[in-house]
Design a binder for this molecule. Structure first.
Ligand code: SAH
Length: 338
């Protein structure tokens, strides 16, 4: 049985029509679920009983479970248990511009990036759409807040679970429901080219972030195995097509790993690679984890790297750090969850 929180508005409308019901039932149901946040069918007063009974037999209304919450200034990390016992995490961050939620898209991850804690557990399975939506619904209910921004940057590679993640985006952006602006959503990929190509045609207003982490294949191959399947020249070519088609600025994430990718030569090579592109670089001080040997670049190295990019006309920021104290920072998810 399908969970109701995985059904897009269009599919719900089609469902009602195919059951000889009114298409506006979809509006009513979306209004209860996503605007009023009434999840209990018996409390949906203007929906007729026959419709409710049918919904009850056709859909599952159950939720995943919050099993742990860790808090630090401006950040909260949630551990969820899925109905099959698997566990995932989400991170909520308070910014000056709003509240953003970092959602997971898979249980484990198969991309094998050498520096990332999340990928030490191989992919167990994709998350279903409802399991991504429910991360948001449960956290909003727990804190009585409304999330303003979403980043698909938690555990998993979103383009390795394309359809479910895209349905998640369709549901959160539907103006019949949560109605989040596409430009408030960012999908981050380690560089899965077929996913980027589909994405630019399906969602040209949703932000795209690329985990680049190296200015050439020699270094990238060592830390990101995906780069063997999708080498840098092909990746850059695809991203240029993306920019041309969508006219949107792309974010490149670049984690600063001591003695691996943080040399001045790397900075120059990166500047050359990105010259003239509508993009910006987000330098991420590496978050060390106890199971992985990589070290964070020294502060002065990060600042020098930043200066070189800046002098070469590349828009660049150093990522504000969140969540290190509760292992909620990038790449630390799942580290101590069990
Ligand atoms: N699979 C997607 C999204 C999840 S990772 C992707 O690769 O983009 C989100 C970001 O955190 C990626 O840029 C990833 O490379 C980065 N990251 C992974 N481990 C990290 C760590 N220990 N410190 C800082 N960033 C890390």
């Amino acid at each position: 049985m399908k969970n109701i929180f995985g059904i897009t508005y269009n599919d719900l409308e089609a469902y009602f029509l195919s059951n000889n019901d009114k298409s506006f039932r979809a509006t009513q149901l979306y209004d209860f679920l996503y605007k009023k946040r009434v999840f209990d069918l018996t409390k949906m007063n203007n929906i007729p009983n026959t419709t409710k009974e049918k919904l009850n037999t056709d859909f599952d209304f159950s939720f995943i479970k919050i099993i742990k919450k860790q808090e630090d200034t401006d950040v909260k990390k949630y551990l969820f248990e899925l109905t099959d016992g698997n566990r995932i995490e989400s991170v909520l961050m308070y910014h000056n511009y709003g509240i953003s939620l970092c959602v997971s898209s898979q249980v484990g991850c198969n991309m094998g990036c050498k520096f990332c804690e999340s990928g030490r557990l191989k992919k167990v399975r994709n998350l279903e759409t409802y399991e991504i939506i429910e991360q948001l619904l449960l956290i909003e209910a727990d804190l009585n807040i409304r999330i303003t921004h979403i980043v698909v940057m938690g555990i998993g590679e979103p383009f390795d679970n394309y359809d479910n993640v895209m349905n998640f985006i369709r549901i959160v952006t539907s103006n019949k429901g949560i109605d989040l602006g596409s430009r408030h959503i960012t999908v981050s990929t380690c560089g899965v080219i077929p996913g980027i190509i589909k994405f630019m045609h399906d969602f040209d207003q949703v932000n795209l972030a690329i985990s680049l982490h190296a200015p050439n294949d020699t270094i990238r191959n060592k830390i990101m195995p995906i780069s063997k399947a999708y080498p840098l020249n092909k990746l850059m070519k695809t991203i240029k097509e993306y920019i041309k088609l969508t006219n949107r600025r792309v974010t490149f994430e670049y984690i600063m790993l001591d003695d691996i990718n943080d040399s001045l030569e790397c900075a120059k090579e990166l500047a050359k690679l990105l010259k003239g592109m509508n993009c910006y670089v987000n330098l991420i001080p590496y978050n060390e984890t106890e199971n992985i040997q990589f070290k964070r670049s020294k502060k002065v190295q990060i600042l020098t790297f930043y200066d070189i990019l800046k002098k070469n006309g590349i828009a660049v920021t150093i990522r504000r750090e969140f969540g290190g104290n509760v292992d909620a920072a990038c790449g630390q998810l799942r580290a101590k969850s069990n």
